[in-house]
Write a protein that binds this ligand. Structure first.
Ligand SMILES: Cc1cc2nc3c(=O)[nH]c(=O)nc-3n(C[C@H](O)[C@H](O)[C@H](O)COP(=O)(O)OP(=O)(O)OC[C@H]3O[C@@H](n4cnc5c(N)ncnc54)[C@H](O)[C@@H]3O)c2cc1C
Length: 548
């Protein structure tokens, strides 16, 4: 077979597509993944990263059971990028306490297999001791634990592992057309956004994992696909403002949450049927206010905390009609269009491995392969063993704080990065102080993880996602990127502008009071010091960037 002939073309580099590429490659299928942007650049990058016990879906016991088992598998294959968070639901109203009995039973049924304690009622005193920011009017609390994964790293590790098993992973390649013969897809035509050229590959099957764009891809192949698109937004605070995750009921009775997440805190999420364009999505003022007002009922001082940005994404739900959003199944469907393309609707991050197994089983059946799935058994890169950062800190002379964060991204792989500092000790310099990230890790990522832009580095390393939102690391990281990738002057500037525009997209909806003036100052640094408002840079502004 040549480099342009495949068994399977996977479209989409989100959680679903990367999981499918990994499974197909592990079963020995010739696989190529085509992603029009970067890995994890769409819906999955806007999610909370909760690999949930499925508590919210207790009306669907088979989904709860599946989620619980997937948590067990993910803890087996990717535990280095997983955190366990305690969660507290403060109760201020007796009627809520009564309805919580049912939730407690549902959660606790599978708690043991996930190695978490059963859900429990606790006293108001214990509630306030765990989280003093909770309203003094609290009458009880419900305590439980859930797992969270770094969604960006999960997708990247799935893609890298697929590549280790022989898959071809192509980012910045947008599928624009299908070649068909007697209504059967035989070839996939894509536009390479880096080189500006069009390429074609032939394939036996296509797996359409394009999330909220899946219906458009299906249509391109001549098939019909319905989705129920559902918008969700998050508000992000500059640090871990609560000790534990907090949940509360919103004005419409939906559960919302405030979760410590990496070095920040996430407040989310909304759930709105939407007809907005997923490419230009931003959180609305209404969504921000809905979330703040809801969490304020249990954390009265929430508005004193500093919001650094917002993010919004779209859930590609199963197209159920005549049901309110909250009642739409969070399960998924595999749809065989009988034209060489198989699509997904629905699903969640936590289910991505399960979804991949289901579709790869179908692909194997169609291609006559009997190889069994092993994605739940084999570790993802970096999860091979434990890492002792105290010993590494002494051996390489890098601060524990930086190593702790590096371990959360890399697991065992961090030793390769630290080895680089033996030859180049200056690469121990901290480039992003919020996270923190040292220079060696940035260089390692550029060499091994195929980033093309600063935004790609952000997704791989959390570069620029902390309180300063890239104000102090953008230039330094851009200089390293341009040296490693041999970028020309204009490419360098455009990439910085692109990175700032992406940050601005999330910052702008959350701007209030004093922060407006502070943001002016940050923008001024780029315009004046960096001369980034120069007019001779050839840069097409997207609609949401026009205010920069
Ligand atoms: C606000 C919010 C919070 C959420 N929280 C959670 C949570 O805590 N836990 C959980 O389990 N789930 C959560 N979810 C759901 C979860 O994020 C999604 O179900 C999941 O990420 C969907 O992944 P995906 O790979 O199917 O889609 P995406 O991540 O959208 O990936 C699809 C990819 O296809 C690519 N693509 C599109 N068109 C083309 C083309 N023509 N050519 C090439 N590539 C193309 C896109 O660029 C994109 O990268 C949340 C969702 C939202 C919106």
């Amino acid at each position: 077979m040549s480099d342009s002939e495949y068994d399977v073309v996977v479209i989409g580099g989100g959680s679903t597509g990367t999981a499918v590429a990994r499974d197909c490659a592990m079963r020995g299928l010739r696989t190529i993944l085509l992603e029009r942007d970067d890995i994890a650049s769409a819906s999955v990058g806007t999610c909370a990263g909760m690999i949930s016990s499925g508590l919210k879906y207790r009306g669907e016991p088979e989904i709860m059971k599946m989620c619980s088992l997937e948590v067990v598998y993910l803890n087996r294959i990717a535990r280095h990028i997983i955190m366990k968070n305690p969660i507290l639901a403060p109760i201020l109203d007796l009627s809520v306490a009564a309805s919580d009995g049912e939730i407690i039973d549902a959660y606790s049924e599978h708690a043991e297999e996930r190695e978490v304690p059963p859900m429990n009622f606790i006293t108001p005193e214990a509630t306030l001791e765990i989280e003093p920011m909770v309203s003094p009017d609290v009458i009880a609390g419900v305590y439980y634990e859930e797992f969270f994964i770094d969604p960006f790293r999960l997708c990247l590790l799935q893609a890298l592992d697929a590549r280790n098993y022989g898959a071809n992973i192509r980012t910045y390649c947008e599928v624009i057309r299908f070649e068909t013969l007697k209504n059967e897809v035989q070839g996939v035509v894509f536009y390479n956004r880096i080189t500006g050229t069009t390429e074609i590959v032939s394939t036996k099957l296509v797996v359409n994992a394009a999330g909220p764009w899946a219906h458009k891809l299906a249509r391109l192949s001549g098939a019909d696909l319905d989705l129920r698109l559902n918008k969700g937004a998050h508000v992000i605070f500059d640090r871990r403002i609560v000790n534990v995750g907090i949940t509360a009921k919103a004005i419409d009775g939906r559960w919302i949450y405030l979760f410590p997440h990496e070095n920040t805190t996430l407040l989310g999420t909304t759930a709105l049927d939407t007809w907005e364009d997923p490419d230009t999505l931003v959180a609305s003022l209404d969504e921000i206010e809905y979330l703040l007002q809801s969490i304020e009922t249990v954390i009265p001082s929430i508005r004193e905390a500093r919001i650094i940005r917002t993010m919004a994404g779209i859930r590609p739900l199963v197209p159920e009609w005549n049901v309110p959003e909250d009642k739409v199944t969070r399960g998924y469907q595999v749809i065989d269009h009988d034209n060489g393309m198989i699509s997904f609707t629905g699903g969640k991050l936590v289910m991505c491995r399960h979804m991949a197994e289901a579709v790869t089983n179908l692909v194997c059946k169609k291609l006559g392969s009997k190889v069994k799935c092993t994605t739940h058994k084999k570790p993802l890169p970096g999860n091979e063993a434990d890492v002792d950062i105290e010993t590494l800190s002494k051996e390489y002379g890098v601060k524990m704080h930086a190593l702790e964060r590096m371990r959360a991204r890399r697991g065992t792989e961090m030793k390769k990065i630290l080895e680089m500092t033996k030859v180049n000790p200056e690469w121990k310099t901290t480039i992003c102080t919020c996270e923190p990230i040292i220079e060696a890790e940035i260089r390692y990522s550029i060499r091994e993880e195929f980033p093309q832009t600063l935004n790609d580095l952000r997704r791989r390393l959390r570069l620029g996602t902390g309180p300063c939102q890239g104000t102090f690391c953008t230039y330094k990281a851009a200089a390293i990127l341009s040296e490693e990738l041999n970028l020309e002057g204009d490419d360098f500037l455009v990439d910085i502008l692109d990175f700032r525009a992406e940050r601005w997209k999330g910052i702008r909806p959350s701007m209030r009071g004093e922060q407006l003036a502070q943001e002016e100052l940050a923008q001024g640094m780029y315009s004046c010091v960096g001369n980034l408002d120069q007019s001779d840079v050839d840069y097409d502004l997207k609609p949401w960037e026009e205010g920069i």
